[in-house]
Ligand binder design. Sequence first.
Ligand code: SF4
Length: 232
Amino acid sequence: MDPEGIYGRNDRGRQIMRRADRVLEGLDQLFPDARCELDHQDNYELAVAVVLSAQTTDASVNRVTPALFERFPDPASLASGELPEIERLIASLGLYRNKAKSIKGMAEGIHERFDDKVPDNMEDLVSLPGVGRKCANVILAECYGVPALAVDTHVERVSKRLGLADKTDSVLTVEKKLCKKIPKYRWIKTHHQMIFFGRYLCRARNPECDRCPFTDICKETERPRLKQAKED
Ligand code: SF4
């Protein structure tokens, strides 16, 4: 399976293809219905939720957003909101003071510069306060179906453990490697599946390796396995 011919025909290319294919097939079996778990009704709500989700769980964000969106239902209302009130509504989240400033600033940008419409391109999105490349990729994929592969903490960790990226790679390098190894038509789906895999199985601490289908290719288990083989 190499529909875009991106792997080339040499041994190394074939090896990379096999590993990537193994991962995609395994993820399809584990999480066929993986999806965005941030509750939202429209693009504005998704953009706010994505910014709030930095360094916290989607479940925590989903607990604060109903009241936040009831009080501030659109970019214009959030843009004119008072910071103390916004802070109070999201106070249960880590970094809530910075996040309050970010979502207010982002709403101002959307309202004043983009006619109340969440931008549909990377350049405009990252010009908004609080929106980095990862958030922009999520917004592009979720709001507009633009193929994008956002690398968050889960995607970075599992990509490295599964040998799709090297341990020392930066987040941007991980993104570039994944985009090269995974067919474009699968980027959005694979992003969600990797997040589910990192969130529910290959957790940072205490991953459930005993029920993981990737133990034979996992870089994390390679060393203990080699050590075990020597002892045997
Ligand atoms: S074997 Fe364990 S560490 Fe490796 S990918 Fe699977 S769950 Fe993660």
